[in-house]
Structures are given as structure tokens and as C-alpha cells.
Design a protein. Structure first.
Length: 623
């Protein structure tokens, strides 16, 4: 090789090694990736030419050419798009700038995941050329420059760069096929691959062998511009792969041409699984934006609210100006109207999936449920509709989030007044919560809420179809039987002095102590005082290093538990204090909280165990 030698960045080298040695399963995707880059380059040229028509010049027959040279054993992928400057070549073909690359490498290093379908998703498509080529030459000239650059590499550790001549703008990617991969030089094979992956892009892909006849092999009409009746499910799916780089087929889609006051075409897809960075709300999502068939931008976040950031697809508007910028999108009436129509459209699509394809909907909910729930918090206008789409785990069905609020209401007993829920960090913690005991024993179903967003959800969704949502851990939780039994009244009287002593012993930690109507098995639990904030939310604030609006909880005790009998009979104030502290700490642990002084807890627990094993024990064993 001649020219100036450059080393690949370490990550690029690692990636190339994986490409060459691990990705055998689906080699043909190299062509999809290179055509997709060519198509992007043409889109960029069209876009730049809006402001600078001279860039396009007379060479406006935009296309991708696949040129086969059997004698040389090469395939050239040629475009007359924007091209690259020398600096861009170094940036784009020598390094991997993307933050996703690390995750990509990690996902590939696992045995099961050596799947080439992942490549495109992480924006490393160009390097897939090395799956089939042992040498790649790129000759490129930027549309606004006169000199060209030649880049060449064998995909091992380095590449060379040199100035070169090129008569017209654009990029040639020349693949010197490996001896084992000569099958790809057959026109039939290439034709087949192009039809499979690139039929739907809005750019002709032409094939020719040597100086032979040129043949356009794809349909070359942007999919969304074609009549719906002519588009098959497979076409929609292939287009989704092209658009999203998601290896899995979409669960559902909706394609709509709107004419009238507003003219636009939208094509929206619901993916089947979450991308690795779904949880990053800063991550740019949104749709592709086209104006009158010209590609304007990826990730037009203004077209959908954040809680619909999983929706993929595009909008092609006839009303927006071609020079529309992100700033302009932000306060634009047309964009606002399109956006609110797309929200309804997305909700319709999800309704349809929920009603007609329950299993697909369960998959969807598993992947994106917590994001949809953000909509309840953020989108007051759609709250009702979103609430209907929510699915929950409950005390009756806890294996997956499948229960809708409508299901819940339909089967609740007549005497039940509200929709009950409990929030916790994990399913196990929710299920084991002492707060549930009374609800279980009365046959009341309880929603088990374990997503972080749930704390906000219950703050914003206060009722559903006239029924209030109430926390099982709340002070106002309505479990009181209509009439107290004489036994309960007797216990209340019997425990009145204990409550008073507990209140004194735990001053500063609890607001008050009371006899519980909800506990069946556990000795005690903490409940939110009537106007307090959720205790879990308080904890989440504290963990995030924020000042928590602290309110003191109410300690509820279960008089039927032997531990309480023991406490009642403890005359010594110091011993009573220890038992009270233990009772409180247990209740904190039971709701998944952290103790202020774990060492003191351990000490008290141990001394209680030891006390229990001596003859002084208050538990008298008959015999
Ligand atoms: P991605 O397409 O996801 O950005 P690739 O690895 O496929 O990632 O390409 C890396 C970059 O190289 C592209 O973003 C683009 O800037 C540049 N590039 C690749 N092929 C071409 C081409 N044919 N014309 C112009 N630029 C290209
Ligand atoms: Mg690419």
C-alpha cells in the first residue's frame, strides 16, 4: 500500500476483528449497509442543494451503481452523493465516535449474540464491508471540493490515505472479495440481495457487469409514497429494518396519507423490543422528517412527546418549508397539529394491538410499559386513554403485568370501595409487604407497582372510572370493617397504654401508634400518615441525594401477634424501649427501607434471642 499510514483506533480494531472472524451467519447484510450509506449520502446532497443548488449541478441523476468486475474479483458500490473530505474520511472511517459502540462490542462478545443483525443498529455499518472483502478501497470527493481522497485498508490494524483524482463528486467503495466469498460476484445473487433489503429506498440501485448493460434492480420509489394497497406486510417489515436497524420485526404499524388543511404522510411502527438506551430520556428519539419527499433530519423529537419515544417511523410533510430547522420545529403550529394527530394515531394503534393481539401487546408492554406510564404523568389530555392501556401485576396475577384496570374493576367484590395498590422496589418486596395482609384476607385484589415511574403514576392517576386509587400503605386506606367486633374493641382498650408507651419510646420516629386492622401475620407495619408523601418516594428522593419532604409515619401493631403480648407484659422501661425499637426497625426492613443504625438493630436482636434461650424467658413452656 502507498500513501500516508494511519492506525485504527483500538475499538475499531476490536470491532473489525469481530466482523471478520465472528460474523458468518448473515454475510449478505454488507450490501444493505453500503447501499444505506450511499442513500444517506444522496439524501445529504439533496438537502444541501436546497441552499446551494450548484452542488447538484447537471449531475442530478441520483443513484447507486453496483459495478461487477469478475476479472479483478471486485464489486464497487458507487454513489453520486455528498462525498467526504479528507478530515471526514479520517473521522468516519478510522474511528468509531459513537457511544453505542462499547455496548455493541459487549453484546457481541457473549456466545449467543454473535449476530450480524446487530451491526447496523450501532452505526458501524461501513466496517461490515470486511465481512466479505480482504481489502477495501474508498475513493471519495466531496461535492464542494476539487480534490479527492483514496482510503485503503485490509481491515487489520491500519489504513492508508492519499490524495487522488476523481472526475465527479461522490464515493466509490471497492470491495476486493475474499476467495471464500466469490459467490457475491454473481449478478443474480446481488440482485436478490438488493430486492430483499433495498427495494423500498427512494433511490434507484443499478447493476452492471463491466461495461455491460445497466439494469435498475429495485423499485426505487420511497415506500410511503406508494398506495397502501400495493404494499405487502413484508415490504413494511423490510422498510422498518432499513429505517430502524432493529433486528426484530415490528409488532404493528400504521401508514396514513392526510390531505386537507394539513397535508402529510405518516408511517409509524411499534417495535418489539427496547433499544439499549431507551432509559436515557436525553437520547434523541422521534421520527424521520421529510419535506416533499426530501429527507430533512433524523430524530425529529418534536413530532412525538417523550412518552412515545419508542415509536419509530417518519413524517413527510407538504406544508413545512424545505429549510426547516430544529429551532423552527419547536414552536411551529403545523408541527403541533401533526404531533397531536400522531399521538392519537399511536394510541389507536396500541388500542388495536391490545384488543386484537393480546400476546403481542404483552410483549410490547413488557418492553415499553414504564415509558407509556410516563404519559399518565405528562399528558393530562390523554390520561384516561393511557390508563386503559396500562397493565399491572396484581396479588391475583403476579407472573406478568397483564391485568388492566377494567379487568380489575370488573371482578372486584361489591363491598370494595377503591382500587388498591402497593408500591415497592421489587415484586418480592411488594408481595411480602405486611400492608397487604388485611386486603388478602378480605379477598381484595391489589396492584403490585414496582416501576420507579409508578410513584408518579399514582400521584397523577387518582381515579379510574369513578373509583379512587388508594395505597395499601396509606393512613386513609379503607379497610375498616363497618362495625368493630367486640374482640377488637376489647383489644383497643387493652392496648391503649401500650400505644402510649410506644409513642413515647419512638418519639421523633413515628407520628403515633395505633392498633391495626390490616395486619394478620406480621407484628407491625408503618403506614403513611394521612397527608404524608409515599414512603418509597421519600426514599427515592433521599437516594438521589435530594432533600426528602420527611413526614413521620404511623406505627400499626398487630395485637394477635405473640411479640405484642410480650411487649405488653414488659414493665422495665429500658427493655420496653429495646423491643419498641426492634418492632420499628422490623417494620422499616419489611417495606424495603434502610435502618438508620443497623448495628444497634443487630445488637438488640441478639440480646433478645439470648434472653429467649435462658430460663428467664417469659415464654413458659408447659410440661
Ligand atoms: P452510519 O451510517 O450509521 O453513520 P457507518 O459505519 O455505516 O455508520 O458509516 C459511518 C460514516 O461514514 C457515515 O455516517 C458517513 O458519514 C460516512 N460514510 C459512509 N459511507 C459514505 C458514503 N458512501 N458517502 C458519504 N459518507 C459516507
Ligand atoms: Mg451506515
Amino acid at each position: 500500500m502507498s500513501g500516508e499510514r494511519h492506525e485504527f483506533q483500538a475499538e475499531t480494531r476490536q470491532l473489525l476483528r469481530l466482523m471478520i472472524h465472528s460474523l458468518y451467519s448473515n454475510k449478505e447484510i454488507f450490501l444493505r449497509e453500503l447501499i444505506s450509506n450511499a442513500s444517506d449520502a444522496v439524501d445529504k446532497l439533496r438537502f444541501s442543494a436546497i441552499q446551494q443548488p450548484q452542488l447538484l449541478g447537471d449531475d442530478n441523476d441520483l443513484a447507486v451503481d453496483l459495478i461487477i468486475d469478475k476479472a479483478a474479483g471486485t464489486i464497487t458500490v458507487r454513489d453520486n452523493g455528498i462525498g467526504m473530505s479528507r478530515a471526514e474520511v479520517i473521522d468516519n472511517l478510522g474511528t468509531i465516535a459513537r457511544s453505542g459502540t462499547k455496548q455493541f462490542l459487549e453484546s457481541l462478545s457473549g456466545e449467543a449474540r454473535k449476530d450480524s443483525a446487530l451491526i447496523g443498529q450501532f452505526g458501524v455499518g461501513f466496517y461490515s464491508a470486511f465481512i466479505v472483502a480482504d481489502k477495501v478501497t474508498v475513493l471519495t470527493r466531496r461535492a464542494d471540493e476539487t480534490t479527492a481522497v483514496r482510503w485503503e485498508s485490509d481491515g487489520e490494524g491500519s489504513y492508508t490515505l492519499e490524495d487522488a483524482e476523481k472526475a465527479s463528486r461522490g464515493t466509490d467503495v471497492v470491495l476486493h472479495l475474499r476467495a471464500d466469498d466469490q459467490e457475491f460476484i454473481e449478478p443474480m445473487r446481488l440482485q436478490h440481495i438488493v430486492r430483499k433489503y433495498s427495494d423500498h429506498i427512494g433511490l434507484p440501485v443499478r447493476l452492471r457487469e463491466g461495461e455491460g448493460e445497466v439494469e435498475t434492480v429495485n423499485r426505487a420509489a420511497a415506500l410511503w409514497t406508494r398506495p397502501k394497497s400495493e404494499i405487502s406486510d413484508d415490504d413494511y417489515k423490510a422498510f422498518y429494518t432499513h429505517l430502524s436497524h432493529d433486528p426484530q420485526p415490528p409488532l404493528a404499524w400504521t401508514h396514513q396519507k392526510v390531505e386537507g388543511n394539513l397535508s402529510y404522510t405518516s408511517l409509524l411502527y411499534i417495535p418489539a423490543s427496547a433499544p439499549f438506551d431507551l432509559w436515557n430520556r436525553e437520547q434523541r428519539r422521534g421520527l424521520q422528517l421529510y419535506v416533499k419527499r426530501v429527507f430533512i433530519m433524523d430524530d425529529a423529537t418534536e413530532l412525538l412527546p417523550p412518552w412515545l419515544r419508542f415509536v419509530r417511523g417518519l413524517v413527510d410533510s407538504d406544508d413545512l418549508p424545505l429549510n426547516v430547522s430544529r429551532e423552527l420545529l419547536q414552536n411551529n403550529r403545523t408541527v403541533e397539529k401533526i404531533r397531536s394527530a400522531l399521538v392519537k394515531r399511536s394510541l389507536d394503534l396500541l388500542d388495536d394491538l391490545a384488543q386484537n393481539k393480546t400476546e403481542d401487546y404483552a410483549r410490547f408492554w413488557q418492553a415499553f410499559g414504564p415509558v407509556v406510564k410516563e404519559g399518565i404523568v405528562e399528558d393530562g389530555a390523554q390520561r384516561e386513554r393511557i390508563a386503559k392501556l396500562c397493565r399491572f401485576r396484581t396479588t391475583r396475577e403476579s407472573d406478568a403485568a397483564k391485568v388492566s384496570l377494567a379487568d380489575y374493576l370488573a371482578r372486584m367484590p361489591a363491598e370494595q370501595k377503591a382500587i388498591y395498590y402497593i408500591t415497592a422496589d421489587t415484586l418480592a418486596a411488594a408481595q411480602a409487604s405486611p400492608h397487604l395482609e388485611g386486603y388478602r384476607s378480605r379477598g381484595f385484589e391489589v396492584l403490585l407497582l414496582t416501576d420507579r415511574v409508578d410513584e408518579w403514576l399514582v400521584m397523577h392517576l387518582q381515579e379510574f372510572e369513578g373509583k379512587k386509587l388508594e395505597s395499601c400503605a396509606g393512613g386513609a386506606a379503607d379497610l375498616a370493617p363497618t362495625i368493630e367486633t367486640p374482640e377488637q374493641l376489647r383489644q383497643d382498650g387493652e392496648y391503649a397504654p401500650v400505644l402510649e408507651r410506644l409513642q413515647k419510646a419512638l418519639a421523633g420516629k413515628i407520628e403515633k401508634a395505633q392498633v391495626s386492622r390490616r395486619l394478620v401475620e406480621s407484628p407491625a407495619c408503618l403506614v403513611e400518615s394521612e397527608h404524608g408523601v409515599s414512603r418509597r418516594l421519600e426514599r427515592m428522593f433521599r437516594e438521589a441525594g435530594q432533600v426528602a419532604p420527611t413526614t413521620q409515619p404511623v406505627l400499626e401493631i398487630n395485637p394477635t401477634h405473640p411479640l405484642l403480648a410480650r411487649i405488653k407484659d414488659t414493665a422495665d422501661d429500658a427493655e420496653f424501649g429495646d423491643l419498641a425499637a426492634l418492632l420499628y426497625d422490623q417494620a422499616v426492613l419489611a417495606e424495603g427501607g434502610q435502618l438508620d443504625d443497623p448495628a444497634a438493630f443487630v445488637k438488640r436482636l441478639n440480646s433478645l434471642i439470648l434472653a429467649g434461650s435462658t430460663p428467664k424467658s417469659s415464654i413458659i413452656v408447659p410440661g
